[in-house]
Design a protein around this ligand. Structure first.
Ligand code: ATP
Ligand code: MG
Length: 564
């Protein structure tokens, strides 16, 4: 398969193979029911997109259902802001949970009943060890754990203590409810894991109703069971947790979904850990969760990424069982490929240099017809005003050009795209010797940018009319981190040592063509010869703000060409 194929139809991978087989053997009565289960403790990132595309995608392909479930078991780290952003991001990616929006906190009462059942079966006990002691008693991979002195409390005593834990009689951290499994189990997660802890904190949904909160491992598998999930798809780190999930489900004798683990997405030059992303936000290294340099869905959206490009990326990377690192260039390739087809071309001058066409009439304004998208004839044309005073890109002029310089220089003729051939006749400098203005002449016979005598020029430049252009701010972005693995640091350093100090460059005084007046935030364009840009929500009525989505340089496409 070519990496440049946009529509990857009917993806195939080991998870879909399992589902096809389960359908064939009628394992779940023909049902396919998945879920995307985020913890609302941060914004979603591109790694979550992989999981969203997988879970919602599978449901769509197999005529099944996918739930959105918030795994909200930790009242101290979770916020309504995160819940709202997650819903917005899943919807924006193009997925729909219908009427199946759930919260693990909706199941707190049911989970409590399950805990009581386990206590009654002699499979759970209230433990008075402190969190530190529990850790110490747990042992290590090579050393078996030790049994808690509270492990053999009677069922009656456990029931009484657990009910009093719920009633709020005990201070935070003083007691836990633990599963009674095996302190010498080779899988450390099976060494009497904590099921409930006391936290006297308000929960974003249940308020002050509870002061005991179920642990993730206890909650997660039972939430899947309650919702009748058939295929509980999760990342590889949860492989060891599966034994514990099986234990809870089997001891309780409830409906048992099948867990399938896949490799999480890792991206070069990118951190995909909410803990670290939160630090980037809280320590002010970025402007927020939606900073266009962030790998969050909201950051990518603000940067100008489309849901289609992200979904296509997720299809291309596929799902596998072994961890690997995906090249960030592939993600960039996906957005370029998408925007190439749909982004209208416009003229935007990032670093303006004034050009005066000496022989062009003082008050003449011509409307030049420009093609909106050469990749899409149906996009039509637009008219861009041309006049005597223009701006071109500073970089497009060299007073003392090197060999093979095809742009403007003293005495050189170039094409102003869709307009005229012009020749540089004079260079004006300021007192510091910097070029501040060029004088050119134009050839009236070359209107539209073509010479009737067949005379060729090697350079074609973009331009705007000084009197008509709009003022703009352009934010140029580079990678947030300097190293392919941002977490690869020297001892004593943290990830901030690898931050790229030049990841943001703000250009003010940029000039863009007047057709961009009123461009709404989120609109995407290709500035000819520069890259793809997206209007930022910071734009105001009299000043547009653009974010660089991607440059035009596509290394991935080059690698692909070379391989063919
Ligand atoms: P983080 O490690 O960034 O804190 P998390 O796994 O704790 O992420 P959750 O909110 O629990 O975040 O994740 C919701 C779902 O998204 C889980 O099913 C998880 O497996 C999946 N997920 C998270 N990160 C990735 C990733 N990098 N690639 C694929 N799936 C991911
Ligand atoms: Mg998690």
């Amino acid at each position: 398969m070519s990496m440049s194929e946009t529509n990857v139809t009917a993806p195939s991978d080991f998870i879909r193979d399992i589902i096809r087989e389960d359908l064939r053997t009628n394992k779940y009565g023909g049902r396919v029911h998945t879920r995307f289960p985020p913890e609302p403790n941060g914004y979603l990132h591109i790694g979550h997109a992989k999981s969203i595309c997988l879970n919602f995608g599978i449901a769509e392909e197999f005529g099944g259902l996918c739930n959105l479930r918030f795994d909200d078991t930790n009242p101290t780290k979770e916020e309504v802001e995160y819940v709202e952003s997650i819903k917005e991001d899943v919807r924006w990616l193009g997925f729909d949970w219908g009427d199946r929006l759930f919260y693990a906190s909706d199941y707190f009462e049911q989970l409590y009943e399950y805990a009581i059942q386990l206590i009654k079966k002699g499979k759970a006990y209230v433990c008075d060890l402190s969190p530190e002691e529990i850790r110490e008693y747990r042992g290590t991979l090579t050393v078996p754990g030790r049994e808690s002195p509270y492990r053999n409390r009677s069922v009656e005593e456990n029931l009484d203590l657990f009910q009093r834990m719920r009633a709020g009689e005990f201070p935070e951290g003083s007691r836990t409810l633990r599963a009674k499994i095996d302190m010498a189990h080779p899988n450390v997660l099976m060494r009497d894991p904590v099921m409930y802890r006391i936290i006297h904190a308000e929960h974003h949904r249940t308020g002050n109703k509870w002061c005991i909160y179920p642990m993730y491992d206890f909650t997660h598998c039972l939430s899947d069971s309650i919702e009748g999930i058939t295929h509980s798809i999760c990342t590889l780190e949860f492989e060891n947790n599966r034994a514990l999930y099986d234990w809870f489900l089997d001891e309780l004798g409830v409906y048992h979904p099948q867990q399938i683990e896949f490799a999480r997405l890792n991206l070069s030059y990118t951190v995909l850990s909410k803990r670290i992303l939160l630090q980037l936000v809280n320590r002010g290294y970025v402007s927020g969760w939606d900073d266009p340099r962030m790998p969050t869905i909201s950051g990518l959206r603000r940067r100008g990424y489309t849901p289609e490009a992200i979904r296509n990326f997720c299809d291309l990377i596929g799902v596998a069982k072994a961890n690997s690192v995906v090249d960030i260039e592939l993600l960039e390739h996906c957005i370029r490929q998408d925007l190439n087809k749909r982004a209208p071309r416009v003229f935007g001058v990032l670093r303006p240099l004034k050009v005066i066409i000496d022989n062009y009439p003082e008050d003449l304004v011509e409307e030049m017809e420009c093609i909106n998208n050469p990749e899409d004839p149906s996009a039509g044309t637009r008219r861009v005003p041309f006049s005597r005073v223009l701006y071109i890109e500073k970089d497009d002029f060299r007073e003392d050009p090197p060999k093979k310089w095809f742009r403007l220089a003293p005495g050189r003729e170039v094409r102003l795209r869709y307009a005229y051939y012009v020749t540089c006749v004079d260079v004006i400098k300021n007192e510091r010797g910097e070029v501040v203005e060029l004088h050119c002449t134009y050839d009236p016979a070359t209107r539209g940018g073509w010479a009737p005598d067949g005379r060729k020029v090697q350079g074609t430049l973009h331009w705007v009319s000084a009197a008509h252009a709009l003022d703009a701010e352009v934010r140029l972005y580079d990678r947030l981190f300097l190293k392919p693995n941002p977490l690869d640091v020297e001892e004593g350093q943290d990830f901030t040592a690898n931050l790229n100090p030049n990841s943001l460059e703000v250009l003010t005084g940029c000039r863009v063509e007047p057709s961009l007046a009123g461009a709404v935030p989120g609109s995407r364009y290709q500035f000819e010869r520069q890259g793809y840009f997206c209007v930022d929500p910071d734009s105001t009525a009299d000043r547009l703000v653009f974010n660089l989505t991607a440059t035009l340089r596509d290394t991935w496409a080059k690698i692909e060409q070379a391989q063919q």
